[in-house]
Design a protein around this ligand. Structure first.
Ligand code: GLC
Length: 551
Protein backbone atom coordinates (compact mmCIF):
# COMPACT_ATOMS: atom_id res chain seq x y z
CA UNK A 1 0.00 0.00 0.00
CA UNK A 2 1.22 3.50 -0.76
CA UNK A 3 1.72 6.16 1.88
CA UNK A 4 -1.80 7.47 2.52
CA UNK A 5 -2.49 11.21 2.66
CA UNK A 6 -2.91 12.62 6.18
CA UNK A 7 -5.83 10.93 7.95
CA UNK A 8 -8.95 13.03 7.67
CA UNK A 9 -12.15 10.98 7.75
CA UNK A 10 -14.17 13.77 6.10
CA UNK A 11 -11.67 14.83 3.43
CA UNK A 12 -14.25 14.41 0.65
CA UNK A 13 -16.44 17.16 2.08
CA UNK A 14 -13.74 19.74 1.35
CA UNK A 15 -12.36 18.29 -1.85
CA UNK A 16 -12.54 19.41 -5.46
CA UNK A 17 -12.70 16.30 -7.64
CA UNK A 18 -11.54 15.95 -11.24
CA UNK A 19 -12.91 13.21 -13.44
CA UNK A 20 -10.61 11.89 -16.12
CA UNK A 21 -10.82 8.76 -18.23
CA UNK A 22 -7.31 7.25 -18.43
CA UNK A 23 -7.50 6.72 -22.19
CA UNK A 24 -8.34 10.38 -22.76
CA UNK A 25 -5.65 12.26 -20.89
CA UNK A 26 -2.15 11.56 -22.15
CA UNK A 27 -0.61 8.82 -24.28
CA UNK A 28 2.96 8.12 -23.14
CA UNK A 29 3.92 5.41 -25.64
CA UNK A 30 2.45 6.56 -28.94
CA UNK A 31 -0.13 3.79 -29.33
CA UNK A 32 -2.96 6.31 -29.52
CA UNK A 33 -4.49 5.49 -26.09
CA UNK A 34 -3.96 7.53 -22.97
CA UNK A 35 -2.30 5.49 -20.22
CA UNK A 36 -1.18 5.53 -16.59
CA UNK A 37 2.33 6.70 -17.46
CA UNK A 38 0.77 9.64 -19.28
CA UNK A 39 -1.41 10.35 -16.28
CA UNK A 40 1.69 10.29 -14.05
CA UNK A 41 3.33 12.90 -16.33
CA UNK A 42 0.31 15.13 -15.82
CA UNK A 43 -0.05 14.88 -12.05
CA UNK A 44 1.91 18.11 -11.66
CA UNK A 45 -0.66 19.82 -13.88
CA UNK A 46 -3.53 18.60 -11.69
CA UNK A 47 -1.70 19.74 -8.58
CA UNK A 48 -1.00 23.14 -10.18
CA UNK A 49 -4.70 23.45 -11.00
CA UNK A 50 -5.65 22.84 -7.35
CA UNK A 51 -7.35 19.46 -7.60
CA UNK A 52 -7.78 17.49 -4.36
CA UNK A 53 -8.99 14.16 -5.74
CA UNK A 54 -8.97 12.40 -9.07
CA UNK A 55 -11.89 10.16 -10.09
CA UNK A 56 -10.95 7.51 -12.64
CA UNK A 57 -13.74 5.70 -14.51
CA UNK A 58 -13.01 1.99 -15.14
CA UNK A 59 -9.52 1.17 -16.42
CA UNK A 60 -9.83 -2.62 -16.18
CA UNK A 61 -9.56 -5.20 -18.96
CA UNK A 62 -12.68 -4.67 -21.06
CA UNK A 63 -13.97 -5.02 -24.61
CA UNK A 64 -14.56 -1.22 -24.33
CA UNK A 65 -18.06 -1.38 -25.74
CA UNK A 66 -19.22 0.99 -22.98
CA UNK A 67 -16.14 3.09 -22.30
CA UNK A 68 -14.85 0.41 -19.89
CA UNK A 69 -18.08 0.16 -17.85
CA UNK A 70 -18.16 -3.32 -19.40
CA UNK A 71 -15.63 -4.88 -17.03
CA UNK A 72 -14.05 -8.20 -18.00
CA UNK A 73 -11.64 -8.50 -15.04
CA UNK A 74 -12.04 -6.41 -11.89
CA UNK A 75 -8.53 -6.75 -10.52
CA UNK A 76 -6.51 -6.21 -13.67
CA UNK A 77 -5.38 -3.21 -15.70
CA UNK A 78 -6.38 -2.87 -19.34
CA UNK A 79 -3.04 -3.46 -21.13
CA UNK A 80 -3.79 -0.46 -23.36
CA UNK A 81 -3.44 1.70 -20.23
CA UNK A 82 -0.31 0.09 -18.80
CA UNK A 83 0.50 -2.37 -16.05
CA UNK A 84 -0.35 -2.82 -12.39
CA UNK A 85 2.99 -1.32 -11.42
CA UNK A 86 2.14 1.76 -13.51
CA UNK A 87 -1.10 2.02 -11.56
CA UNK A 88 0.76 1.70 -8.25
CA UNK A 89 3.17 4.40 -9.31
CA UNK A 90 0.29 6.65 -10.33
CA UNK A 91 -1.39 6.18 -6.95
CA UNK A 92 1.86 6.86 -5.14
CA UNK A 93 2.44 9.95 -7.28
CA UNK A 94 -1.03 11.31 -6.54
CA UNK A 95 -0.71 10.64 -2.81
CA UNK A 96 2.72 12.19 -2.58
CA UNK A 97 1.23 15.37 -4.07
CA UNK A 98 -1.58 15.34 -1.49
CA UNK A 99 -4.21 14.21 -4.02
CA UNK A 100 -6.60 11.37 -3.44
CA UNK A 101 -7.82 8.80 -5.94
CA UNK A 102 -11.36 7.50 -6.32
CA UNK A 103 -12.12 4.71 -8.78
CA UNK A 104 -15.31 3.22 -10.18
CA UNK A 105 -16.80 0.07 -8.66
CA UNK A 106 -19.11 -1.28 -11.34
CA UNK A 107 -21.03 -4.03 -9.59
CA UNK A 108 -24.49 -4.00 -11.08
CA UNK A 109 -23.22 -5.82 -14.14
CA UNK A 110 -20.12 -7.23 -15.81
CA UNK A 111 -19.13 -7.44 -19.45
CA UNK A 112 -20.44 -10.56 -21.18
CA UNK A 113 -16.73 -11.23 -21.82
CA UNK A 114 -16.13 -11.70 -18.07
CA UNK A 115 -15.10 -15.21 -17.19
CA UNK A 116 -17.93 -15.43 -14.62
CA UNK A 117 -20.47 -14.94 -17.39
CA UNK A 118 -18.74 -17.34 -19.75
CA UNK A 119 -18.80 -20.00 -17.03
CA UNK A 120 -22.36 -19.14 -16.04
CA UNK A 121 -23.65 -19.69 -19.55
CA UNK A 122 -21.77 -22.93 -20.20
CA UNK A 123 -22.03 -24.52 -16.76
CA UNK A 124 -25.35 -23.73 -15.05
CA UNK A 125 -24.60 -26.14 -12.21
CA UNK A 126 -21.05 -24.82 -11.71
CA UNK A 127 -19.75 -22.24 -9.21
CA UNK A 128 -20.87 -19.29 -11.37
CA UNK A 129 -24.12 -20.81 -12.63
CA UNK A 130 -26.13 -18.55 -10.31
CA UNK A 131 -23.99 -15.39 -10.67
CA UNK A 132 -26.40 -13.79 -13.15
CA UNK A 133 -30.18 -13.43 -13.40
CA UNK A 134 -31.40 -16.20 -15.71
CA UNK A 135 -34.94 -17.02 -16.77
CA UNK A 136 -36.78 -19.30 -19.19
CA UNK A 137 -39.08 -16.44 -20.13
CA UNK A 138 -38.52 -12.79 -20.95
CA UNK A 139 -41.62 -11.42 -19.26
CA UNK A 140 -40.54 -11.16 -15.63
CA UNK A 141 -40.08 -7.74 -13.98
CA UNK A 142 -41.93 -5.96 -16.76
CA UNK A 143 -42.48 -2.85 -14.62
CA UNK A 144 -38.80 -2.03 -14.92
CA UNK A 145 -37.92 0.80 -17.31
CA UNK A 146 -35.28 0.63 -20.02
CA UNK A 147 -32.34 2.99 -19.44
CA UNK A 148 -30.53 2.93 -22.80
CA UNK A 149 -33.66 3.72 -24.78
CA UNK A 150 -31.72 4.40 -27.99
CA UNK A 151 -30.20 0.92 -28.23
CA UNK A 152 -32.23 -1.53 -26.13
CA UNK A 153 -35.83 -2.69 -26.49
CA UNK A 154 -35.90 -5.10 -23.53
CA UNK A 155 -34.05 -5.73 -20.27
CA UNK A 156 -33.82 -9.42 -21.24
CA UNK A 157 -31.50 -10.98 -23.82
CA UNK A 158 -31.40 -14.53 -25.14
CA UNK A 159 -28.30 -16.64 -24.63
CA UNK A 160 -27.81 -19.33 -27.23
CA UNK A 161 -25.43 -21.35 -25.11
CA UNK A 162 -27.48 -21.66 -21.94
CA UNK A 163 -30.76 -21.49 -23.85
CA UNK A 164 -32.17 -19.02 -21.37
CA UNK A 165 -32.73 -15.29 -21.11
CA UNK A 166 -30.48 -13.11 -18.91
CA UNK A 167 -31.33 -9.81 -17.27
CA UNK A 168 -29.48 -6.57 -18.15
CA UNK A 169 -30.29 -2.98 -17.17
CA UNK A 170 -27.82 -1.43 -19.62
CA UNK A 171 -26.45 -2.76 -22.92
CA UNK A 172 -27.22 -6.40 -23.69
CA UNK A 173 -23.48 -7.12 -23.50
CA UNK A 174 -23.64 -6.12 -19.80
CA UNK A 175 -25.43 -8.96 -17.93
CA UNK A 176 -26.56 -7.96 -14.41
CA UNK A 177 -25.01 -9.76 -11.47
CA UNK A 178 -27.43 -11.72 -9.29
CA UNK A 179 -27.33 -10.13 -5.84
CA UNK A 180 -29.68 -12.80 -4.48
CA UNK A 181 -26.57 -14.99 -4.53
CA UNK A 182 -24.35 -14.49 -1.43
CA UNK A 183 -21.39 -15.59 -3.56
CA UNK A 184 -21.80 -12.37 -5.55
CA UNK A 185 -21.57 -10.32 -2.33
CA UNK A 186 -18.36 -12.05 -1.39
CA UNK A 187 -16.91 -11.54 -4.85
CA UNK A 188 -17.74 -7.81 -4.71
CA UNK A 189 -16.23 -7.45 -1.23
CA UNK A 190 -13.06 -9.11 -2.48
CA UNK A 191 -12.79 -6.67 -5.38
CA UNK A 192 -13.29 -3.72 -3.02
CA UNK A 193 -10.68 -5.07 -0.60
CA UNK A 194 -8.21 -5.60 -3.43
CA UNK A 195 -8.23 -1.91 -4.44
CA UNK A 196 -8.54 -0.55 -0.90
CA UNK A 197 -5.51 -2.61 0.13
CA UNK A 198 -3.62 -0.96 -2.73
CA UNK A 199 -4.55 2.38 -1.21
CA UNK A 200 -7.35 3.86 -3.30
CA UNK A 201 -9.27 6.46 -1.32
CA UNK A 202 -12.77 5.55 -2.38
CA UNK A 203 -15.20 4.24 -4.93
CA UNK A 204 -17.87 5.69 -7.11
CA UNK A 205 -20.66 3.13 -6.90
CA UNK A 206 -21.79 2.92 -10.50
CA UNK A 207 -25.50 2.44 -11.27
CA UNK A 208 -26.09 1.55 -7.63
CA UNK A 209 -29.93 1.64 -7.45
CA UNK A 210 -30.31 -1.38 -9.70
CA UNK A 211 -28.64 -4.20 -7.76
CA UNK A 212 -31.87 -5.97 -6.79
CA UNK A 213 -35.00 -6.48 -8.82
CA UNK A 214 -38.27 -8.02 -7.72
CA UNK A 215 -41.65 -8.67 -9.32
CA UNK A 216 -44.04 -5.74 -9.37
CA UNK A 217 -41.39 -3.17 -8.45
CA UNK A 218 -39.39 -0.67 -10.47
CA UNK A 219 -36.04 -2.41 -9.98
CA UNK A 220 -34.65 0.67 -8.23
CA UNK A 221 -33.73 1.23 -4.58
CA UNK A 222 -35.10 -2.04 -3.26
CA UNK A 223 -34.55 -2.54 0.52
CA UNK A 224 -32.04 -5.34 -0.14
CA UNK A 225 -29.96 -2.95 -2.24
CA UNK A 226 -29.70 -0.60 0.73
CA UNK A 227 -28.87 -3.48 3.06
CA UNK A 228 -26.05 -4.52 0.76
CA UNK A 229 -24.58 -1.00 0.64
CA UNK A 230 -24.76 -0.80 4.45
CA UNK A 231 -22.79 -4.01 4.69
CA UNK A 232 -20.19 -2.76 2.20
CA UNK A 233 -19.81 0.51 4.10
CA UNK A 234 -19.49 -1.33 7.42
CA UNK A 235 -16.71 -3.50 6.01
CA UNK A 236 -14.87 -0.42 4.69
CA UNK A 237 -15.22 1.53 7.94
CA UNK A 238 -13.96 -1.48 9.87
CA UNK A 239 -11.10 -2.53 7.64
CA UNK A 240 -10.16 0.69 5.82
CA UNK A 241 -11.31 3.72 7.86
CA UNK A 242 -11.15 7.07 6.06
CA UNK A 243 -12.04 5.73 2.60
CA UNK A 244 -15.28 6.83 0.96
CA UNK A 245 -18.18 5.83 -1.29
CA UNK A 246 -20.02 8.13 -3.69
CA UNK A 247 -23.35 6.96 -5.10
CA UNK A 248 -24.37 7.34 -8.70
CA UNK A 249 -28.15 7.31 -8.29
CA UNK A 250 -29.94 9.35 -10.93
CA UNK A 251 -33.04 10.03 -8.85
CA UNK A 252 -34.87 12.76 -6.96
CA UNK A 253 -32.98 14.02 -3.87
CA UNK A 254 -35.40 12.43 -1.34
CA UNK A 255 -34.72 9.03 -2.88
CA UNK A 256 -31.00 9.68 -3.30
CA UNK A 257 -30.83 10.64 0.37
CA UNK A 258 -31.47 7.00 1.25
CA UNK A 259 -28.10 6.15 -0.32
CA UNK A 260 -26.42 8.21 2.39
CA UNK A 261 -28.15 6.11 5.03
CA UNK A 262 -28.30 7.44 8.57
CA UNK A 263 -25.65 8.18 11.16
CA UNK A 264 -26.46 4.79 12.77
CA UNK A 265 -26.63 2.80 9.53
CA UNK A 266 -24.50 4.72 7.04
CA UNK A 267 -24.42 3.83 3.35
CA UNK A 268 -22.45 6.10 1.01
CA UNK A 269 -20.48 9.12 2.21
CA UNK A 270 -21.54 11.12 -0.82
CA UNK A 271 -24.17 11.03 -3.54
CA UNK A 272 -24.27 12.93 -6.80
CA UNK A 273 -26.89 15.65 -6.92
CA UNK A 274 -28.53 14.89 -10.26
CA UNK A 275 -31.54 17.27 -10.30
CA UNK A 276 -29.69 20.49 -9.63
CA UNK A 277 -27.52 20.09 -12.75
CA UNK A 278 -30.16 20.37 -15.51
CA UNK A 279 -31.80 23.29 -13.70
CA UNK A 280 -28.54 25.23 -13.92
CA UNK A 281 -28.62 24.79 -17.71
CA UNK A 282 -32.32 25.67 -17.74
CA UNK A 283 -31.63 28.92 -15.89
CA UNK A 284 -28.71 29.79 -18.18
CA UNK A 285 -31.02 29.87 -21.22
CA UNK A 286 -34.31 31.03 -19.74
CA UNK A 287 -32.93 33.67 -17.37
CA UNK A 288 -35.41 32.21 -14.92
CA UNK A 289 -34.06 30.69 -11.72
CA UNK A 290 -37.39 29.51 -10.31
CA UNK A 291 -36.77 25.78 -10.89
CA UNK A 292 -33.16 25.99 -9.78
CA UNK A 293 -34.00 27.89 -6.58
CA UNK A 294 -36.84 25.48 -5.77
CA UNK A 295 -34.58 22.45 -6.29
CA UNK A 296 -31.94 23.93 -4.02
CA UNK A 297 -34.41 25.08 -1.36
CA UNK A 298 -36.05 21.65 -1.29
CA UNK A 299 -32.80 19.74 -0.93
CA UNK A 300 -33.10 17.58 2.16
CA UNK A 301 -30.39 17.94 4.79
CA UNK A 302 -27.73 15.25 4.48
CA UNK A 303 -26.71 13.19 7.54
CA UNK A 304 -23.71 14.46 9.50
CA UNK A 305 -20.45 13.67 7.78
CA UNK A 306 -21.94 13.19 4.32
CA UNK A 307 -22.09 15.47 1.30
CA UNK A 308 -23.55 15.96 -2.16
CA UNK A 309 -21.33 15.71 -5.20
CA UNK A 310 -22.18 18.48 -7.67
CA UNK A 311 -21.23 18.67 -11.33
CA UNK A 312 -22.00 20.41 -14.59
CA UNK A 313 -20.82 17.72 -17.00
CA UNK A 314 -19.29 14.27 -16.82
CA UNK A 315 -18.44 11.39 -19.17
CA UNK A 316 -22.15 10.65 -19.72
CA UNK A 317 -24.84 12.60 -21.51
CA UNK A 318 -26.27 15.69 -19.82
CA UNK A 319 -29.17 13.70 -18.45
CA UNK A 320 -32.64 15.24 -18.53
CA UNK A 321 -34.34 12.56 -16.48
CA UNK A 322 -34.86 14.86 -13.51
CA UNK A 323 -36.76 17.69 -15.22
CA UNK A 324 -40.44 17.57 -16.21
CA UNK A 325 -41.66 16.84 -19.75
CA UNK A 326 -42.12 20.41 -20.87
CA UNK A 327 -38.80 21.52 -19.40
CA UNK A 328 -37.13 18.59 -21.16
CA UNK A 329 -38.64 19.52 -24.54
CA UNK A 330 -37.59 23.10 -24.00
CA UNK A 331 -34.03 22.04 -23.16
CA UNK A 332 -33.81 19.83 -26.24
CA UNK A 333 -34.88 22.83 -28.33
CA UNK A 334 -32.26 25.04 -26.77
CA UNK A 335 -29.35 22.68 -26.36
CA UNK A 336 -29.83 19.94 -28.96
CA UNK A 337 -30.93 21.74 -32.12
CA UNK A 338 -29.48 18.88 -34.17
CA UNK A 339 -30.99 15.43 -33.57
CA UNK A 340 -27.48 13.91 -33.38
CA UNK A 341 -26.87 15.88 -30.19
CA UNK A 342 -29.42 13.77 -28.29
CA UNK A 343 -28.78 10.40 -26.74
CA UNK A 344 -31.14 8.37 -24.57
CA UNK A 345 -32.82 10.91 -22.27
CA UNK A 346 -30.16 13.56 -22.60
CA UNK A 347 -27.67 15.58 -24.60
CA UNK A 348 -24.19 14.45 -25.57
CA UNK A 349 -22.31 17.73 -25.67
CA UNK A 350 -19.60 19.42 -23.64
CA UNK A 351 -19.89 22.42 -21.38
CA UNK A 352 -18.30 25.11 -23.57
CA UNK A 353 -20.30 24.38 -26.76
CA UNK A 354 -23.50 24.06 -24.68
CA UNK A 355 -22.86 27.59 -23.46
CA UNK A 356 -22.10 28.84 -27.00
CA UNK A 357 -18.47 29.24 -26.00
CA UNK A 358 -19.43 32.27 -23.97
CA UNK A 359 -16.90 33.18 -21.33
CA UNK A 360 -19.43 34.99 -19.13
CA UNK A 361 -21.69 31.93 -19.02
CA UNK A 362 -18.78 29.56 -18.37
CA UNK A 363 -17.70 31.71 -15.45
CA UNK A 364 -21.22 32.03 -14.08
CA UNK A 365 -21.84 28.28 -14.27
CA UNK A 366 -18.50 27.38 -12.71
CA UNK A 367 -18.76 30.01 -9.99
CA UNK A 368 -22.17 28.59 -9.11
CA UNK A 369 -20.80 25.04 -9.11
CA UNK A 370 -18.10 26.10 -6.66
CA UNK A 371 -20.69 27.78 -4.42
CA UNK A 372 -23.23 24.97 -4.14
CA UNK A 373 -23.56 22.79 -1.06
CA UNK A 374 -21.44 19.71 -1.67
CA UNK A 375 -18.14 18.99 -3.35
CA UNK A 376 -17.62 19.94 -6.99
CA UNK A 377 -16.63 17.39 -9.62
CA UNK A 378 -14.96 18.90 -12.68
CA UNK A 379 -14.76 17.03 -15.98
CA UNK A 380 -11.37 16.95 -17.71
CA UNK A 381 -10.99 19.53 -20.44
CA UNK A 382 -13.79 21.76 -19.20
CA UNK A 383 -11.19 23.87 -17.39
CA UNK A 384 -9.88 24.97 -20.80
CA UNK A 385 -13.33 25.12 -22.43
CA UNK A 386 -12.79 22.08 -24.67
CA UNK A 387 -15.30 21.34 -27.44
CA UNK A 388 -16.98 18.11 -28.52
CA UNK A 389 -17.50 16.10 -31.70
CA UNK A 390 -21.10 15.09 -32.29
CA UNK A 391 -20.07 12.97 -35.30
CA UNK A 392 -18.62 10.39 -32.92
CA UNK A 393 -20.88 7.65 -31.57
CA UNK A 394 -22.86 7.78 -28.38
CA UNK A 395 -21.15 9.57 -25.46
CA UNK A 396 -17.76 9.51 -27.16
CA UNK A 397 -18.80 12.93 -28.46
CA UNK A 398 -17.39 14.40 -25.25
CA UNK A 399 -14.61 11.92 -24.50
CA UNK A 400 -12.04 13.11 -27.05
CA UNK A 401 -8.31 13.49 -26.27
CA UNK A 402 -7.25 16.19 -23.84
CA UNK A 403 -5.77 19.17 -25.68
CA UNK A 404 -2.37 19.97 -24.23
CA UNK A 405 -0.86 22.03 -27.02
CA UNK A 406 -1.36 23.13 -30.63
CA UNK A 407 -1.01 20.68 -33.51
CA UNK A 408 -3.05 17.87 -34.97
CA UNK A 409 -2.66 15.51 -32.00
CA UNK A 410 -3.08 18.34 -29.50
CA UNK A 411 0.00 17.19 -27.57
CA UNK A 412 -1.98 14.13 -26.47
CA UNK A 413 0.09 11.54 -28.34
CA UNK A 414 3.32 11.22 -30.32
CA UNK A 415 1.78 8.38 -32.32
CA UNK A 416 0.26 8.62 -35.76
CA UNK A 417 -3.00 10.53 -36.02
CA UNK A 418 -4.76 7.43 -37.36
CA UNK A 419 -3.92 5.48 -34.22
CA UNK A 420 -5.72 7.81 -31.78
CA UNK A 421 -8.57 6.09 -29.88
CA UNK A 422 -10.74 9.05 -30.96
CA UNK A 423 -9.82 12.05 -33.10
CA UNK A 424 -8.86 15.32 -31.44
CA UNK A 425 -11.57 17.97 -31.83
CA UNK A 426 -10.83 19.86 -35.06
CA UNK A 427 -13.72 22.32 -35.43
CA UNK A 428 -12.54 25.90 -36.07
CA UNK A 429 -13.61 27.27 -32.66
CA UNK A 430 -12.42 24.35 -30.53
CA UNK A 431 -9.45 22.75 -32.33
CA UNK A 432 -6.26 22.14 -30.38
CA UNK A 433 -4.69 25.13 -32.13
CA UNK A 434 -7.28 27.37 -30.50
CA UNK A 435 -8.04 25.58 -27.21
CA UNK A 436 -5.09 24.05 -25.37
CA UNK A 437 -3.45 23.98 -21.95
CA UNK A 438 -0.07 25.30 -23.03
CA UNK A 439 -1.30 28.59 -24.43
CA UNK A 440 -3.81 29.09 -21.63
CA UNK A 441 -1.22 28.53 -18.93
CA UNK A 442 0.81 31.47 -20.18
CA UNK A 443 -2.23 33.71 -20.63
CA UNK A 444 -3.18 35.20 -17.24
CA UNK A 445 -6.72 35.93 -18.39
CA UNK A 446 -7.48 32.47 -19.78
CA UNK A 447 -10.39 30.37 -18.50
CA UNK A 448 -7.77 27.92 -17.23
CA UNK A 449 -6.09 30.51 -15.02
CA UNK A 450 -9.49 31.82 -13.98
CA UNK A 451 -10.50 28.30 -12.91
CA UNK A 452 -7.27 27.83 -11.00
CA UNK A 453 -7.72 31.17 -9.19
CA UNK A 454 -11.29 30.23 -8.32
CA UNK A 455 -10.26 26.87 -6.86
CA UNK A 456 -7.65 28.56 -4.74
CA UNK A 457 -10.10 31.23 -3.58
CA UNK A 458 -12.69 28.61 -2.69
CA UNK A 459 -10.10 26.75 -0.66
CA UNK A 460 -9.75 29.82 1.57
CA UNK A 461 -13.52 30.12 2.15
CA UNK A 462 -14.60 27.42 4.58
CA UNK A 463 -18.27 28.38 4.25
CA UNK A 464 -18.24 27.35 0.58
CA UNK A 465 -16.83 23.94 1.41
CA UNK A 466 -18.91 22.60 4.25
CA UNK A 467 -21.23 25.47 5.16
CA UNK A 468 -25.00 25.20 5.35
CA UNK A 469 -27.23 26.56 2.58
CA UNK A 470 -29.99 29.11 3.03
CA UNK A 471 -31.88 30.47 0.03
CA UNK A 472 -32.43 34.26 -0.04
CA UNK A 473 -35.26 36.26 -1.62
CA UNK A 474 -34.12 38.61 -4.33
CA UNK A 475 -37.39 39.86 -5.82
CA UNK A 476 -36.07 38.93 -9.28
CA UNK A 477 -36.77 35.69 -11.11
CA UNK A 478 -33.39 36.06 -12.85
CA UNK A 479 -31.27 36.27 -9.74
CA UNK A 480 -30.36 33.34 -7.53
CA UNK A 481 -28.98 34.25 -4.12
CA UNK A 482 -28.15 32.24 -1.05
CA UNK A 483 -25.89 32.33 1.96
CA UNK A 484 -23.47 29.61 3.01
CA UNK A 485 -22.87 29.66 6.75
CA UNK A 486 -19.77 27.89 8.08
CA UNK A 487 -20.02 25.03 10.54
CA UNK A 488 -17.08 26.25 12.58
CA UNK A 489 -14.78 29.26 12.22
CA UNK A 490 -14.94 31.48 9.15
CA UNK A 491 -17.42 33.97 7.75
CA UNK A 492 -20.73 33.42 6.01
CA UNK A 493 -20.57 34.00 2.26
CA UNK A 494 -23.47 35.49 0.33
CA UNK A 495 -23.57 34.24 -3.26
CA UNK A 496 -25.62 36.03 -5.91
CA UNK A 497 -25.92 35.16 -9.62
CA UNK A 498 -27.63 37.14 -12.37
CA UNK A 499 -28.72 34.76 -15.15
CA UNK A 500 -30.15 37.48 -17.38
CA UNK A 501 -28.64 39.40 -20.29
CA UNK A 502 -29.54 42.69 -18.55
CA UNK A 503 -28.05 44.37 -15.50
CA UNK A 504 -30.17 43.97 -12.38
CA UNK A 505 -30.03 45.47 -8.91
CA UNK A 506 -31.62 43.38 -6.20
CA UNK A 507 -32.45 44.13 -2.56
CA UNK A 508 -31.87 41.12 -0.37
CA UNK A 509 -33.29 41.00 3.15
CA UNK A 510 -32.11 38.86 6.03
CA UNK A 511 -28.38 38.73 5.40
CA UNK A 512 -26.77 40.96 8.03
CA UNK A 513 -27.76 43.82 10.37
CA UNK A 514 -28.35 47.33 8.97
CA UNK A 515 -25.16 49.29 8.25
CA UNK A 516 -22.87 46.26 8.30
CA UNK A 517 -20.49 45.96 5.38
CA UNK A 518 -19.92 42.90 3.19
CA UNK A 519 -16.66 42.54 1.22
CA UNK A 520 -16.45 41.27 -2.29
CA UNK A 521 -13.92 38.47 -1.83
CA UNK A 522 -12.65 38.85 -5.39
CA UNK A 523 -11.83 42.52 -5.09
CA UNK A 524 -9.68 44.27 -2.53
CA UNK A 525 -11.29 47.21 -0.70
CA UNK A 526 -14.69 46.79 -2.20
CA UNK A 527 -17.54 46.68 0.25
CA UNK A 528 -21.32 46.79 0.03
CA UNK A 529 -23.22 48.24 2.96
CA UNK A 530 -26.49 46.79 4.20
CA UNK A 531 -28.90 49.78 4.16
CA UNK A 532 -30.90 51.30 7.01
CA UNK A 533 -33.80 48.95 6.27
CA UNK A 534 -31.56 45.92 6.55
CA UNK A 535 -31.51 45.32 2.78
CA UNK A 536 -28.39 44.34 0.91
CA UNK A 537 -28.46 46.09 -2.45
CA UNK A 538 -26.40 44.22 -4.98
CA UNK A 539 -25.76 45.49 -8.49
CA UNK A 540 -25.22 42.69 -10.96
CA UNK A 541 -24.13 43.27 -14.57
CA UNK A 542 -25.54 40.78 -17.13
CA UNK A 543 -24.46 37.14 -16.49
CA UNK A 544 -22.45 38.07 -13.45
CA UNK A 545 -22.08 36.99 -9.88
CA UNK A 546 -20.75 37.99 -6.46
CA UNK A 547 -19.25 36.24 -3.48
CA UNK A 548 -19.69 38.56 -0.48
CA UNK A 549 -18.16 37.96 2.92
CA UNK A 550 -20.25 38.80 5.98
CA UNK A 551 -17.93 39.88 8.78
C1 GLC B 1 -23.12 4.47 -15.46
C2 GLC B 1 -21.97 5.09 -16.19
C3 GLC B 1 -22.20 4.99 -17.68
C4 GLC B 1 -22.37 3.54 -18.04
C5 GLC B 1 -23.47 2.89 -17.21
C6 GLC B 1 -23.47 1.40 -17.38
O1 GLC B 1 -24.30 5.17 -15.63
O2 GLC B 1 -21.80 6.43 -15.79
O3 GLC B 1 -21.16 5.57 -18.40
O4 GLC B 1 -22.68 3.42 -19.41
O5 GLC B 1 -23.29 3.14 -15.84
O6 GLC B 1 -22.35 0.87 -16.74
Amino acid sequence: MTVQPAFDPEWYRKAVFYEVMVRSFKDSNGDGFGDFRGLIEKLDYLQWLGIDAVWLPPFFPSPLLDGGYDVADYTGINPLYGSMSDFDEFLEGAHSRGMRVVIDLVINHTSSAHDWFQQSRSDPAGPFGDFYVWSDTNDKFDNVRIIFTDTETSNWAWDDVRQQFYWHRFFSHQPDLNFENPGVHEAVFDIARFWLAKGVDGFRLDAIPYLYVSEGNSGESEPETHAFIQALRAMIDREFPGRMLVAEANQQPREVLEYLGTVETPECNMAFNFPVMPYIFYALKSADVTGLAATLNDLPAVPDGSAWGVFLRNHDELTLEMVNDSEREQMYDWYAPEPRMKVNVGIRRRLAPLLDGRRDKLELANALLLSLPGSPFLYYGDEIGMGDNIWLDDRDASRTPMQWSAGEAGGFSQGSIDSLYLPVVSSPEYSSDVVNVESQMTNPSSILNWTRDMLSLRKSLFALQTGTYRGLTTGSSSVLAFVREPEGPGNPIVCAFNFSESPITVSIPGVAPANSVLDDVRLVNSGIEVNEDGLLEVELPPMSWHWLRVS
